[in-house]
Design a protein around this ligand. Structure first.
Ligand code: SAH
Length: 326
C-alpha cells in the first residue's frame, strides 16, 4: 500500500510501471470482463453553480430539458432490451423530480430486472432511504476534490461536509457507493490528489470515477487549461492498486480529451464503460463540458460498437449485474 508521500512521488515523475502494475491487479481482482452501464441523462436543469460545469444554473447559453417519467422508463426499457444490466440515471439537481416521482421511476425500471444507479446529487437521508426502498442499488456522488478551500472556491454556496454526510448516508443505507474526483481544477495540487485517493480508500468506496477537467466556454473556468490525461490515468492506476476489487469506469471525459483516452484508462486499471443511451434529441443538451463523445445513435448500436473495440483489446463484456466482486 502506498503512503501519501509515495503517491505524490508517483504523480510527480514519469512512472510507466504503475500502469502495468494496475493492469495486472485489475486482471487478478476483477478479471477481463468490462461492465457496461447505460447512462440516461434525464434532465440538465440544475440549481447549483459549480464553476466548471456547463449545467450550472447561471449558464443561460444552453437549452434546458427534462425527460418525463414515461420517457425515462422507456429509455431504460430500450437499454435493457439492448442487453444492458444497469442503467445510470443522472441529472442536474432538479427539484422537479420529487421524492415520489423519482421513486415511481425507480420502481418501474426495477421491473425490467436490471440494476439501477442514481447520480442526482445531494439529497436528504429520507430521500436516499426512499430511493433505496424503491429499489435503487447504487449511487454516484463524486467528492470532486477533498481540498476544502478548493472545494469551496469551485462550489459557491455548497458545503463539503454535506457531501461527505451524503456519502455516509448512502453507505449506511446499503447502496454501492461511487465517488471520485476531477483532475486539473485550477489550484489543485498533487498533494490534494493524493489526499483524494486516500479518501477513496478511507471510505472504502465501491466505485471510483475519475476524469480530467474539460473547460466549458460558458463557465467561469473557460480560460483554464484542461486536466492532464497522464495524471488522470495515474490517479486511476493508483486507485486500482490501493482499492483492489472496486469498479472503475473509463470515463467519457478521458476520451473527449484524447481519442485513445478511454482505451488507455482500460489498460490502466479501469473495468467499466458507461455508454450514453440518452435519446438523441436530448443528448447534446447535457453539456457538462463541450464536445462530449458518444458512441452512437442508439443503445444497441453503441453496444455493438463497444463490443468491437473491447474485443480488439482482449476484453469481453460482462453479463452479470456488475456489483463489486467480494
Ligand atoms: N448533479 C450530479 C451529477 C453531476 S455531472 C452530481 O452532483 O453528482 C457528473 C460529473 O461530471 C460531476 O461529478 C463532475 O465531476 C463532472 N464534470 C462536470 N463538469 C465537468 C467538466 N467541465 N469537465 C469534466 N468533468 C466535469
Amino acid at each position: 500500500m502506498f503512503s501519501r508521500e509515495e503517491i505524490i512521488e508517483i504523480l510527480n515523475k514519469p512512472a510507466e510501471e504503475i500502469f502495468t502494475l494496475a493492469d495486472k491487479i485489475r486482471q487478478e481482482q476483477v478479471g477481463n470482463e468490462v461492465h457496461l452501464r447505460g447512462l440516461i441523462e434525464f434532465s440538465n436543469i440544475c440549481k447549483r453553480q459549480c464553476k466548471y460545469c456547463g449545467l450550472r444554473c447561471e449558464n443561460k447559453g444552453i437549452s434546458r430539458y427534462r425527460m418525463t417519467p414515461d420517457e425515462i422508463i422507456l429509455c431504460a426499457r430500450n437499454a435493457a432490451e439492448a442487453g444492458y444490466k444497469t442503467v445510470v440515471l443522472q441529472s442536474g439537481e432538479d427539484e422537479y423530480y420529487s421524492r415520489d416521482i423519482l421513486c415511481k421511476i425507480i420502481s418501474e425500471i426495477k421491473k425490467l430486472n436490471i440494476a439501477v444507479t442514481l447520480s442526482v446529487g445531494e439529497k436528504s437521508f429520507e430521500d436516499y432511504q426512499a430511493y433505496r426502498e424503491s429499489g435503487a442499488d447504487r449511487y454516484l456522488l463524486r467528492i470532486e476534490t477533498t481540498d476544502r478551500n478548493l472545494y469551496q472556491r469551485m462550489h459557491p454556496g455548497a458545503d463539503i461536509n454535506n457531501r461527505i454526510r451524503c456519502l455516509e448516508n448512502l453507505r449506511e443505507l446499503g447502496y454501492e457507493v461511487g465517488t471520485g474526483c476531477l483532475v486539473g481544477l485550477p489550484g489543485q495540487t498533487l498533494e490534494s490528489l493524493a489526499d483524494d485517493i486516500l479518501f477513496f480508500k478511507e471510505i472504502n468506496a465501491d466505485m471510483i470515477g475519475i476524469g480530467p477537467l474539460i473547460p466549458h466556454p460558458d463557465t467561469p473556468l473557460k480560460n483554464c487549461n484542461a486536466g492532464s490525461l497522464k495524471i488522470a490515468l495515474k490517479v486511476i492506476a493508483i486507485t486500482r492498486i490501493m482499492l483492489g476489487n472496486i469498479n472503475i469506469p473509463a470515463t467519457t471525459a478521458m476520451e473527449t480529451l484524447d481519442p485513445d483516452g478511454r482505451m488507455l484508462a482500460l489498460k490502466s486499471g479501469a473495468n467499466v464503460i458507461m455508454p450514453n443511451v440518452t435519446p438523441v434529441i436530448y443528448k447534446d443538451k447535457y453539456e457538462i463540458y463541450p464536445n462530449k463523445i458518444s458512441f452512437s445513435e442508439n443503445a444497441s448500436q453503441s453496444r455493438q460498437f463497444v463490443e468491437e473495440i473491447l474485443k480488439k483489446a482482449g476484453r469481453s463484456i460482462a453479463n452479470d449485474y456488475g456489483f463489486r466482486k467480494r
